[in-house]
Ligand binder design. Structure first.
Ligand SMILES: [Zn+2]
Length: 459
């Protein structure tokens, strides 16, 4: 079978996911995401984000989940003339417009009419497909491709993609992992490995390490907040507006439910992001896709994503006021704001105002890509170094913490369990979506544990 795999992104790092599967003369793309941090190599303007590879033969775009590094280039794909459907899970179809509207406003254009047109086009093209059901994508003579989405446990709506390729009598099963979640991610059922697969395209973000257990991480979050608030001040948590914010709210609701002393009695949680608030609303509407534990809480009368200590800040004026107020008063407060890697968004204003004072703390809960301010704060902050934000240096006297157990990504053991659960074992595993050391470490483990040919594609 003339089957071809190409990787247009997430090769040198973890962003810009875009993979192509071609059988004969037709193909699909899996994800079409933005590059961030040093992956972007200065690619920021519209012309530099334009799709630079041929797409005439692409019949469909399959979206694994709606994080911006997996969907952010969809407007550019449409601009390049892509006319096929956008296939994704039902929750992803609900979440996609909100994510792209935000991305369009920031990076694409300020022209509201154009934004509306692009969003209209994306809605028209989006086809929600149920989990665990085969869907034909194309058939051309004796060549055909069907796909099936399975839960990936990463964020609500996330999926890995099973592809059934047929050419004459030859058949091949290809699986794209997308981003795999860690077991025990709040609100979301854990991923199960695929039944069978000939080739696996596997993410490797944490291919070289494991996360702490989920109970530990809740305990860690509690400890870090209690310590941080001992001297007053603000705890800043840079968080992706989609996924991580809702997970954190879920864990914070648990902590409020279980703890009634200081600082919990008077503590306020602020979500300073209209986008995160919007996604939190959508998460609430998508309850049928929550896991059992979350639904049990709902039945018990609890509100995992909308508790009384939670305040949402919407307008820019209120945001500016909140930064000033918290900075002036030192009132204990936990602020969740994006972006998760501190390379933009409202978190930057908090950091500028608060990094200089030891009573404040920054708690990282997610991966910080090379070249982002988040990575620099994490690296240089604990030694009293500085970080550059909007071309200015800010000295870091605030406490800096990292909670690895909050990753929305599978750790090394989870990835190995996923692969070892596939029978018969894949013949080839391609590692993508990871920094080089993570990929190398995972490759060597996989070579030890499986019979698969493990490769690290460079294009
Ligand atoms: Zn993701």
């Amino acid at each position: 079978m003339t089957l071809n795999l190409k990787h247009h992104g997430a090769i040198t790092g973890v962003t810009g996911s875009c993979h192509e599967l071609t059988i004969g003369n037709q193909g699909i793309l899996v994800d079409c995401g933005l590059f961030q941090g040093s992956d972007s190599q200065g690619r920021a303007s519209a012309s530099e984000l334009a799709i630079e590879f041929p797409i005439d033969h692409i019949q469909a775009l399959v979206v694994t989940h709606v994080h911006i590094d997996h969907v952010g280039r969809i407007p550019y794909l449409l601009a390049a003339g892509f006319e096929g459907p956008i296939l994704c899970s039902e929750p992803s179809a609900r979440l996609l417009p909100a994510m792209l509207e935000d991305a369009l406003k920031i990076g694409f254009t300020r022209d509201h009419e154009l934004i509306e047109r692009v969003l209209g086009l994306i809605s028209e093209r989006t086809r929600a497909i149920p989990y665990n059901q085969w869907q034909p994508v194309f058939e051309d003579g004796d060549t055909a491709l069907s796909i099936r989405l399975q839960r990936a446990g990463h964020i609500l709506g996330s999926a890995y993609v099973e592809c059934d390729a047929r050419s004459g009598n030859a058949r091949e099963r290809i699986v794209f992992s997308g981003d795999l979640g860690a077991p025990g991610t709040p609100l979301i059922p854990s991923p199960e490995p695929p039944q069978a697969c000939d080739r696996l395209i596997l993410e490797s973000t944490y291919g070289d390490r494991d996360h702490e257990h989920r109970d530990d991480r809740r305990h860690q979050l509690r400890t870090v907040i209690e310590q941080a608030l001992d001297d007053g001040g603000t705890v800043l948590i840079p968080a992706f507006s989609l996924g991580r914010t809702q997970e954190l709210l879920y864990e914070l609701e648990t902590l409020f439910h279980d703890n009634h002393g200081e600082p919990w009695r008077d503590l306020e949680i602020v979500v300073d992001s209209p986008l995160a608030a919007n996604f939190t609303d959508l998460y609430r509407q998508l309850k049928p896709f929550w896991d059992e534990e979350a639904l049990e809480r709902v039945h018990a009368g609890r509100h995992p994503l909308s508790f009384e200590q939670l305040t949402v800040i919407d307008t820019h004026e209120d945001h500016v006021r909140a930064v000033d107020y918290l900075n002036d008063t030192g009132r204990p407060c936990v602020v969740l704001a994006g972006s998760g890697m501190c390379d933009g968004g409202r978190i930057v204003n908090y950091l500028k105002a608060m990094l200089g004072q030891p009573r404040n703390d920054v708690v990282f809960v997610g991966y910080q890509a090379e070249g982002t301010p988040g990575r620099d704060i994490l690296r240089y902050g604990p030694r009293g170094g500085w970080v550059e934000l909007d071309d200015e240096r800010y000295t870091i006297n605030a406490g800096i913490h990292q909670l690895s157990g909050f990753s929305a990504h599978a750790g090394r053991s989870d990835l190995l369990r996923f692969v070892n659960g596939i029978h018969p074992a894949p013949k080839e595993i391609r590692l993508v979506h990871g920094d080089p050391p993570a990929k190398e470490a995972l490759a060597s483990q996989l070579r030890d544990q499986t019979s698969a040919r493990v490769t690290i594609p460079s294009r």
